[in-house]
Design a protein around this ligand. Structure first.
Ligand SMILES: [Zn+2]
Length: 252
């Protein structure tokens, strides 16, 4: 895949630790730096909002707290940055969060346990919904295995300076899916419908986020995703580690 590398910078409003977020999804990646010392990276591969273009990002954080990103792929920078901000919960002004600890000892302890942590969300509502379907009635570990195989076999490989990642298959692939190992019952049929809904524009993440919660929450009943929805509207990445962690930053 031909890639362009475009850089960007995000200045978090309030405390933020990229490493805490990356560790939460088991994705903190050590890579050599120019000075020879390994430094921490978070690499993400996802489909862009709207046109489902596969894209990868390499994210680092400097000593001043700024998130420094590089885009691997051909997508408009502003749209990718906006999506990265949403994935990392950096679209939220967290400047008042530190003050909560002064009023609430439980929050204070959580902030000390997870300094600068913010939930890491699914890349979009489409992928969150796919996870709901894939992971229902099986363990999260099994669900992760199926989703990983789907990504490798049907998704797009993204190379981020030597680190290979795969995006989840796009809606066009889901529409054509006839069977896949590990998907039983009506899961393939539901994924076909999800693909059609996405292609017809019914899975626009920003539109769905603006809908009342009572409409959104019943859309998914898997235990893992309900945890995610409490944390950040559209489902934080619910992996095996995440299931046992406490969500210190829940949106109202
Ligand atoms: Zn990197």
């Amino acid at each position: 895949m031909k890639t362009k590398h475009t850089s960007f910078e995000i200045r978090p409003r309030g405390d933020f630790s990229l490493e805490e977020g990356a560790n939460f999804i088991g994705a903190w990646h050590r890579a050599p730096s120019e000075g020879g010392e390994p430094e921490g990276h978070l690499h993400l591969a996802f489909l862009t909002d709207g046109d489902w273009t596969p894209v990868g990002v390499c994210l680092k954080q400097d000593a001043a707290g700024r998130v420094l990103g590089t885009i691997h792929g051909d997508s408009p920078k502003s749209a990718v940055v906006r999506q990265v901000e949403r994935i990392l919960s950096l679209d939220i002004d967290g400047t008042g969060w530190a003050d909560v600890a002064r009023r609430d000892p439980v929050v204070s302890r959580l902030q000390q346990m997870f300094p600068g942590f913010r939930p890491v969300n699914w890349s979009n509502a489409y992928e969150a919904a796919a996870w709901c379907i894939i992971s229902s009635r099986i363990s999260m570990r099994q669900g992760e295995g199926v989703k990983e195989r789907m990504s490798r076999e049907l998704g797009q490989r993204i190379d981020i300076h030597g680190h290979a990642l795969w995006t989840f298959p796009g809606p066009a692939q889901l529409v054509q899916l006839e069977k896949f190992a590990g998907l039983f019952g009506r899961k393939v049929e539901y994924l076909n419908a999800l693909g059609r809904a996405a292609l017809s524009g019914d899975m626009d993440t920003e539109t769905l986020r603006q809908m009342p919660r009572r409409v959104r929450v019943p859309a998914c009943s898997s235990a893992g995703t309900q945890r995610g929805e409490r944390a950040s509207d559209l489902g934080a990445a619910p992996d095996g580690r995440a299931a046992n962690r406490i969500w210190p930053l829940a949106r109202p």
